[in-house]
Design a protein. Structure first.
Length: 159
């Protein structure tokens, strides 16, 4: 079974953008109890590289079309500053879900938002989704299960 990822988004102007995103009226049968105010994340991608300097790239999130979709578009349009918190869950030894990893994006901004509504004849099995790219000022990673963590700032560092 794949890991489950949930995203909480707070906007400087709009407040809790992810409020109600995990409810049935927002995402239908994908709704999960206990995550009503979080966005269900299909996939998460992030790249950092290093030649001489650390090079951060945008965080890319794929998510279903949900209650937050118009609010995220407004956030992009308004260049709204966001605070984002991602929680990753895995199956525990007893078969339940356990939080094991978190990522926090501080002072994040949406730089692209792509809606993907699959072709209804050739991709009938797929659901509409959005691909969102975000830049950030700082990022924090925490492995909750192992009690390790790290922090980085997206700037032009020279070493």
């Amino acid at each position: 079974m794949s890991n489950l990822i949930y995203l909480t988004v707070k906007g400087q102007n709009q407040g809790l953008i992810s409020a109600g995103c995990g409810r049935r009226d927002s995402i239908g049968i994908k709704a999960q109890n206990g995550h009503e105010d979080q966005i269900f994340v299909y996939s998460l991608q992030h790249l950092m590289t290093r030649k001489q300097n650390v090079s951060h790239q945008p965080v890319i999130i794929t998510k279903p079309i949900d209650k937050a979709s118009p609010l995220l578009a407004k956030s992009l349009d308004d260049n709204e500053r966001l605070e984002c918190f991602l929680e990753s869950y895995r199956t525990s030894e007893n078969g339940g879900l356990e939080l094991y990893y978190t990522i926090r994006l501080g002072q994040a901004y949406i730089v692209s938002l792509k809606s993907d509504h699959p072709h209804s004849l050739t991709s009938n099995h797929m659901m509409p989704q959005e691909i969102i790219s975000m830049v950030y000022t700082n990022i924090t990673w925490n492995n909750v299960a192992c009690s390790t963590g790290a922090y980085s700032i997206w700037d032009e560092r020279i070493f």
